[in-house]
Design a protein around this ligand. Structure first.
Ligand SMILES: C[S@@+](CC[C@H](N)C(=O)[O-])C[C@H]1O[C@@H](n2cnc3c(N)ncnc32)[C@H](O)[C@@H]1O
Length: 198
C-alpha cells in the first residue's frame, strides 16, 4: 500500500502532515502523528471505514487529523483535547470543516450529549517522565469507567504489546485490526455499549 502521508518541517519550525489533500500543521507542543506513527496508522485505518451520517466524538484530537479524516467521510464530529495548544492547532487545521473543537478533560465538554461513537488514540505512555503533555496516567481508567454514558461504541488504538494495560483498567474490548509499523504494532480495539432496554 502506498503510504498516504507526507511529512515535512518548514523553516519556521512547524511540521506539517498532509492527508486527503488537507494540510495539518503541527504546532510546537502538539502530538505529531507522523513522528509517533500511531496517529497516521490509525488515520489510515479510519479512512477505510464507513462514517457517513454517524455522530462521533474524537477524544484527544491533537492536531485534529483523525477528526478531519472522519468529517471528510461524512461524520459529524466534536473533537476534544485537554491541551490549549492542541485545541488552537486543531481549530486552525479544521476551520473549513464542520468539526467543533472543544477544550476540556476527558468527556467533560460533551457531558450532556450522546454520540454513536467515541474514537480515541489515547495517551498510552504512562511514565510521568515522558512528555507530561501527552501522558495522562488515569485517562484510560476513567475512560473505561465512564465511556458508556456518552456513546454506543468505542474505537480505540493501542499498542498490541501492551494489551494488558487495557485489561488492567477494566476495558472489555475486541481487537479488530492489527496495524504493523516499523515500530510497535498498533491494534484497533472496539467495544459495543450493551444498554439495558428501558
Ligand atoms: C496520542 S495523542 C493523539 C493525538 C491525535 N488524536 C492523533 O492521533 O494524532 C493523545 C492526545 O490526548 C490528549 N489528552 C491527554 N490527556 C487528556 C485528557 N485528560 N482529556 C482530553 N485529552 C487529553 C493530549 O493532549 C493529546 O493531544
Amino acid at each position: 500500500m502506498k503510504w498516504p502521508f507526507q511529512h515535512r518541517t518548514t523553516a519556521v519550525d512547524k511540521a506539517h502532515v498532509s492527508f486527503d489533500g488537507r494540510d495539518y500543521r503541527i504546532d510546537r507542543g502538539v502530538f505529531d502523528p507522523a513522528v509517533h506513527l500511531s496517529g497516521t496508522l490509525f488515520a489510515t485505518h479510519l479512512a477505510n471505514q464507513e462514517w457517513d451520517g454517524r455522530s462521533v466524538v474524537e477524544l484527544g484530537t491533537g492536531c485534529g487529523l483523525l477528526a478531519g479524516v472522519l468529517a471528510d467521510r461524512g461524520a459529524s464530529v466534536v473533537a476534544l483535547d485537554i491541551s490549549e495548544s492542541a485545541v488552537i492547532c486543531a481549530e486552525a487545521n479544521l476551520s473549513d470543516t464542520s468539526v467543533e473543537v472543544r477544550q476540556g478533560d476527558l468527556l467533560a465538554p460533551v457531558a450532556e450529549a450522546r454520540f454513536d461513537v467515541i474514537v480515541t488514540n489515547p495517551p498510552y505512555e504512562t511514565r510521568r517522565s515522558f512528555r507530561p503533555r501527552y501522558s495522562s496516567p488515569d485517562f484510560l481508567s476513567r475512560l473505561a469507567m465512564h465511556w458508556r454514558s456518552t456513546a454506543d461504541e468505542l474505537v480505540l488504538a493501542f499498542p498490541t504489546d501492551s494489551i494488558d494495560v487495557l485489561d488492567d483498567v477494566g476495558f472489555d474490548l475486541d481487537l479488530v485490526a492489527r496495524l504493523p509499523s516499523s515500530g510497535r504494532e498498533l491494534g484497533v480495539f472496539t467495544a459495543i455499549n450493551q444498554r439495558v432496554p428501558t
